[in-house]
Design a protein around this ligand. Structure first.
Ligand SMILES: [Zn+2]
Length: 143
């Protein structure tokens, strides 16, 4: 099963996004994530102040799916609280694992819902969830 054409365009567009593609000056959360099966790597940096994610920096490289997923995640979590970001990660991973299927619950993911059908392409699942797992790990401990 293929991804929807509209979603394919969205994924390509985001994979080339430079909005968050910069190192932060003094990130207080930092985590590197790798997906050896595809060669994707993500370096996620966050500036968190009073429980709020003020700024997101993304470095790394890899396939379009991994980079687009990271870019969408960055857009979604910037300006949100740490608790909200953790909830988004749970929802996204749940969507991929098909444990979260409720349309209303998935609405919060906005454009990241483009990855919903990726669960039909098992080889690409790790690419799509890489940044979200990296986010969960990053938020476990402050630098
Ligand atoms: Zn990949």
């Amino acid at each position: 099963m293929e991804l929807d054409e509209l979603y394919t365009d969205l994924i390509l567009e985001y994979s080339q996004s430079n909005t968050h593609r910069k190192p932060l000056i003094r990130p207080n959360y930092k985590m590197r994530g790798v997906n050896p099966s595809c060669g994707d790597n993500i370096e996620l940096e966050l500036n968190v102040e009073n429980g709020m994610i003020k700024e997101v920096g993304l470095l790394g490289n890899g396939c379009a799916i991994s980079q687009a997923s990271a870019a969408m995640m960055a857009e979604l979590i910037e300006g949100k609280t740490v608790e909200e970001a953790k909830q988004f990660a749970k929802t996204f991973i749940g969507m991929i694992q098909k444990t979260v299927t409720d349309e209303e619950a998935l609405e919060v993911l906005e454009e990241a819902r483009a990855f919903q059908n990726i669960s039909n392409m098992p080889a690409r699942v790790k690419c799509a969830v890489l940044s979200w797992h990296t986010l969960e790990e990053a938020l476990e401990k402050e630098e």
